[in-house]
Design a protein around this ligand. Structure first.
Ligand code: UDX
Length: 437
């Protein structure tokens, strides 16, 4: 089977590469010439464990191709996946400019049946817009060519993307014809060995599932952050509470970790977009508005703890930050809590020295020399008045407390991800604060 994937961003590149790994002939398309040239040389634009090797392997085997010309491959493929960006516009709605551009290019150039599958996260109703855009272009050309649209939202997580795609919990496909259903069934068949569930729905439901899933997960996190903050006030330990409620099979133990707020390219954007969709339909999403509000506050929680410790005055203090990415195993800093913390610290007159195993270049690109970049995790804490642990990278999990005690000006750790044992840290003579206990 031959397919094309438009958009070589996170979702597009992972999708294309994983399909090619299963022996499917994949052409990845992107309008950015420089990106395509780099991909042909095996240079991938994102950090994702396992992806580079997989791209290289399949490109060398000619199962994976890269081009800037969608028109060129349309005669050759049965399915076109659209995985282009849907950045939030000013009011938080998803901007469909690129999605509809792809649809028009297909309508202008197709000469035979094609199934157009939207993989980008798009609001309910988008598939219909894609369908109309293709049909309009066909009408302009005065030709009658059969085509189908489908919606196939992607649930992969950064850092685990390849595994998530190869062994998904479920694959959701919204279709409106038997032909489209049969093609999608065939396409995902090689993944069937892993016994995952292939769920077919109507198109609006498939579009809604992605938003509802991400919003539910974001809600769990904000709920737990609220519970954690309350635990501190009443003398409870959120870790114990988390285990206690997670053992209820109706609740489950995943995504109950409090911290310094969720970030990334999906949760913040999708929660906002769903609130907008609801507003446009005259329905206020009260729960989700609170989810956003709690998360915004939580991003400042480490700063508030630090400020309280220093009696409201951080002027001249040197603060170390471990972790810049919004979560481990990625260099992605979109909506990262670290960005909020850095701004607040600088505004309060502190200087900030940062370290992240992977996201240093990304941070330089975003905020330049507002902060000092450490050479390693111990260099970051040298002479510091406090250490804020923001991202729970593996290499931060067992630091040498002796070194910290010796080299910090004031030995103090504020653990934004609850990864350390309070007793172990305090026994060395280091002040320790965390979330929810
Ligand atoms: C998320 C969804 O998990 C994925 O299914 C969807 O396709 C895209 O959005 P991602 O943004 O890559 O994936 O990261 P994820 O691992 O879900 O974490 C999101 C944020 O939530 C991170 O900032 C993380 O630190 C935070 N988080 C996660 C918590 O604070 N507590 C938790 O218990 C889990």
């Amino acid at each position: 089977m031959k397919i094309a994937i438009v958009g070589t961003g996170y979702v597009g590149l992972v999708t294309g590469t994983c399909f090619s790994e299963m022996g499917i002939d994949v052409t990845c398309v992107d309008v950015q010439d420089s990106k395509i040239e780099k991909l042909k040389k095996g240079i991938i634009p994102i950090y994702e464990p396992g992806l580079e090797d997989m791209v290289h392997r399949n490109y060398t085997a000619s199962r994976l191709k890269f081009t800037t010309d969608l028109k060129e491959c349309l005669d050759d493929v049965e399915v076109v996946f659209s995985a282009v960006g849907t950045p939030p516009d000013e009011d938080g709605s998803a901007d469909l400019k690129y999605v509809l551009e792809v649809a028009r290019t297909i309508g202008c150039n197709m000469n035979k049946y094609v199934l157009v599958v939207t993989k980008s996260t798009v609001p309910v109703g988008t598939a219909q817009k894609v369908k109309s855009a293709i049909q309009e272009e066909l009408d302009k050309r005065n030709v009658k060519i059969e085509f189908d649209v489908a919606s196939n939202p992607e649930f992969l997580k950064e850092g685990d993307a390849v595994d998530d795609f190869m062994k998904p919990d479920r694959v959701v496909v919204g279709v409106e014809s038997e032909k489209a259903k049969a093609i999608m069934e065939r396409l995902y068949k090689p993944f069937m060995m892993n016994n995952y569930r292939l769920i077919f729905t109507d198109i609006p439901s498939a579009e809604m599932i992605k938003y509802a899933a991400n919003s539910m997960l974001a809600t769990r996190i904000s709920f737990m952050n609220d519970i954690a903050n309350l635990c501190e006030l009443v003398g409870a330990d959120v870790n114990m509470v988390r285990k206690g409620i997670g053992a209820d099979s109706r609740i489950g133990s995943k995504f109950l970790y409090p911290g310094c707020g969720y970030g990334g390219s999906c949760f913040p954007k999708d929660v906002k977009a769903l609130i907008k969709t609801a507003e446009k339909n005259g329905y206020p999403m009260r729960v989700l508005k609170a989810v956003e509000e709690v998360n915004e506050r939580q991003k400042s929680i480490l700063f508030e703890k630090l400020l309280k410790h220093y009696s409201g005055n951080l002027k001249g203090k040197q603060i170390a930050l471990w972790g810049l990415a919004f979560k481990p195993e990625t260099d992605d800093m979109r909506e990262a809590p670290a960005l909020v913390l850095i701004d607040k610290l600088i505004e309060a007159g502190a200087s900030v020295k940062v370290y992240d195993p992977i996201a240093m270049d990304e941070c330089r690109r975003r905020i330049g020399d507002k902060v000092v970049y450490a050479t390693d995790m111990y260099d970051a804490v040298l002479d510091a008045d406090a250490l804020l642990l923001v991202t729970e990278w593996k290499e931060f999990r067992m630091p040498s407390w002796g070194v910290l005690k010796k080299t910090m000006k004031k030995a103090m750790v504020i653990d934004g991800r609850n990864i350390y044992e309070k007793k172990e840290v305090m026994d060395v003579g280091i002040y320790y604060f965390c979330i929810g206990k």
